[in-house]
Design a binder for this molecule. Structure first.
Ligand SMILES: [Ca+2]
Ligand SMILES: [Ca+2]
Length: 444
C-alpha cells in the first residue's frame, strides 16, 4: 500500500530521481534530487523509499524521507513538534546525553537548520517558521564512546508573549491577581528586526455601563503620541494597535481604553491596566486588578498581553486568558451587648441587641465591604450558628428581636452575631449574650 505522499517523485530520464514537494499542489517546490546510475525508467513509492528502475544499475532504492532514526547514518529526526501554526523566532534545547551528539533545529520544517548546544541558550532562527523540527547526529568520537540521549526537552517562543497562569493573590482582601507570562521571542537584546520595548497588560471590560462611564470621563488621544494619565503617569504610549480604526481614550488617572476595533486585540473592549519594560527575562509577572472578587461563584477577568516593539506599528498580542481573585481575609469578630430588654418577666417582649462596628479583617487590614452582620438565636447557650438559627442579616448595628419566649421563665434565648465582608466571608462568632430573664451579662 502506498501511503499518502507529501513529496511527489518525478522520473527524469537523464538526470535520475527528482523529488518535488507538492504539499501545496498549486505551488510545487523542488525538494531534492538523486542522480541514478544510468537512465531511470520508472519509480514506485512505499513508505519512506522510492524504488527506481534503472537501465544499467537495475533497481535503485532511494530514501525519500529522512525522518527516522538511522543505525547506518547515526542520525535522528523528528516530525514537526509545534502545532499552533504561529511563527517561532527562537527555541532552545536541553538533553540528557552521553558524548558526541550534534543537534540542529529548524523552524521551517527542515529547509534551513541552526546548530545549537544543549543547555546553551536560545537559538535565533535566521528563517523563522511555524514547523519546528529537530535532528541529531550521533558521531563516533573514539573507542568505547557510545553517543546516547535519554531525555530531550525543546522550548520555543512565539512573537507574542504567552500567559502561563493567572492566580489569586493569597492572604489579601481581594481585587488583585498575579499574571505570569513567558517572554516574546523578540524580547532579546540582540533581536535584529523588532526588539520588544515593553509589555502592556489589557483587561477586557465586561460591564457596558462601566465602559460608557469610563469613556465618558476620558479624552480621545492622538494615536502615536506619548500621553500620560493624570496622577498615575502610567500609560507611556498609545499602543501600536491604535493604527487600526478603533478609538483610543485616556481615562484621566485610570487607564487607556480601546473600543476593540483596532488591529491585533482579541474581540471585545479592553483597557490597559499595567505596563512593564522589556528586560529580556524568560518569565514575567505583574499584579493586575480584577473586575470583582469571587465568592460562591467564580468571577473571571480576561487579560491579554501586548508585546510592543520599538517600531510603533509592530506589536504582538497574546491569546487571551482569564483568572479570578478572592477576598482571603475574614472580618474581625464583633462584640455584642444587650441595649434594652422588653417587658416584664413572664410576658411577651422584645430584646434589643447592639454590637460594635467592624471595618477591618482578622489581620487588621481594611475590609473593602460592604459589611453586614448576622444575628443568630438559640435556646442552647453553646449553640452552633447556622441557617437553622439565623434571625437576620443586616447592615445595621442593632437588632430588635420580638419573640413569645422573651420574658418566659421557662425558656431562655441566647444570641451571637457574626460579621460578613463584601463577598460573604464570615467572621468568628461574637461573645454570647442572653435574654433578660436569664442574664444580660456576657456569657464569655
Ligand atoms: Ca486574594
Ligand atoms: Ca475580607
Amino acid at each position: 500500500m502506498i501511503p499518502p505522499l507529501r513529496f511527489g517523485p518525478v522520473i527524469d530520464g537523464d538526470a535520475g530521481l527528482v523529488v518535488v514537494d507538492i504539499s501545496d499542489p498549486a505551488a510545487p517546490v523542488w525538494a531534492g534530487y538523486y542522480d541514478t546510475p544510468g537512465w531511470a525508467n520508472g519509480v514506485a513509492i512505499a513508505g519512506d523509499y522510492a524504488y527506481v528502475a534503472c537501465d544499467d544499475a537495475g533497481l535503485v532504492v532511494v530514501e525519500v524521507f529522512q525522518r527516522a532514526f538511522s543505525l547506518e547514518k547515526n542520525t535522528g529526526r523528528s516530525l514537526v513538534v509545534s502545532a499552533s501554526g504561529e511563527e517561532i523566532p527562537r527555541a532552545r534545547l536541553a538533553a540528557t546525553q552521553l558524548d558526541s551528539i550534534g543537534w540542529e533545529l529548524s523552524a521551517d520544517g527542515g529547509t534551513s537548520w541552526e546548530g545549537l548546544t544543549p543547555g546553551g541558550g536560545w537559538c535565533a532562527f535566521a528563517t523563522p517558521g511555524s514547523s519546528l523540527v529537530w535532528r541529531s547526529e550521533h558521531v563516533y568520537a573514539g573507542q568505547g564512546v557510545n553517543p546516547a540521549c535519554s531525555d530531550l526537552e525543546i522550548e520555543w517562543l512565539y512573537n507574542f508573549a504567552v500567559i502561563d497562569s493567572i492566580v489569586d493573590v493569597p492572604d489579601d482582601q481581594g481585587g488583585w491577581a498575579r499574571v505570569h507570562f513567558t517572554r516574546s521571542g523578540r524580547d532579546f537584546a540582540d533581536e535584529p528586526t523588532y526588539p520588544i520595548s515593553g509589555y502592556y497588560i489589557f483587561r477586557r471590560i465586561e460591564d457596558l455601563f462601566q465602559k460608557a462611564r469610563m469613556i465618558g470621563e476620558a479624552k480621545i488621544v492622538e494615536k502615536g503620541k506619548r500621553e500620560t494619565s493624570g496622577a498615575r503617569q502610567k500609560t507611556p504610549v498609545i499602543p501600536a494597535s491604535a493604527r487600526g480604526s478603533g478609538s483610543f481614550y485616556l481615562n484621566d488617572g485610570h487607564s487607556l481604553i480601546s473600543e476593540g476595533k483596532s488591529d491585533g486585540l482579541p474581540p471585545g473592549t479592553w483597557e490597559v491596566v499595567d505596563s512593564l519594560l522589556a528586560l529580556g527575562e524568560d518569565q514575567y509577572s505583574c499584579l493586575v486588578p480584577t473586575v470583582a472578587d469571587s465568592c460562591s461563584t467564580l468571577t473571571y477577568s480576561v487579560y491579554c498581553i501586548q508585546a510592543q516593539t520599538d517600531t510603533p506599528s509592530v506589536s504582538y498580542f497574546s491569546p487571551p486568558d482569564s483568572g479570578y481573585s478572592k477576598d482571603n481575609v475574614n472580618p474581625a469578630k464583633t462584640q455584642v451587648s444587650v441595649m434594652a430588654a422588653g417587658s416584664a418577666k413572664g410576658s411577651v417582649g422584645t430584646i434589643w441587641l447592639t454590637w460594635d462596628q467592624v471595618s477591618t479583617g482578622v489581620d487588621g487590614s481594611s475590609e473593602p465591604g460592604p459589611i453586614s452582620y448576622r444575628v443568630y438565636c438559640d435556646e442552647d447557650p453553646n449553640f452552633t450558628p447556622g441557617p437553622g438559627n439565623l434571625l437576620t442579616t443586616t447592615a445595621d448595628l442593632s437588632y430588635a428581636h420580638t419573640d413569645a419566649r422573651i420574658g418566659d421563665p421557662a425558656a431562655n434565648l441566647y444570641y451571637v452575631v457574626t460579621v460578613l465582608d463584601g463577598v460573604g466571608n464570615e467572621s468568628a462568632v461574637s461573645n454570647v449574650v442572653g435574654e433578660f430573664d436569664k442574664s444580660l451579662a456576657s456569657m464569655e
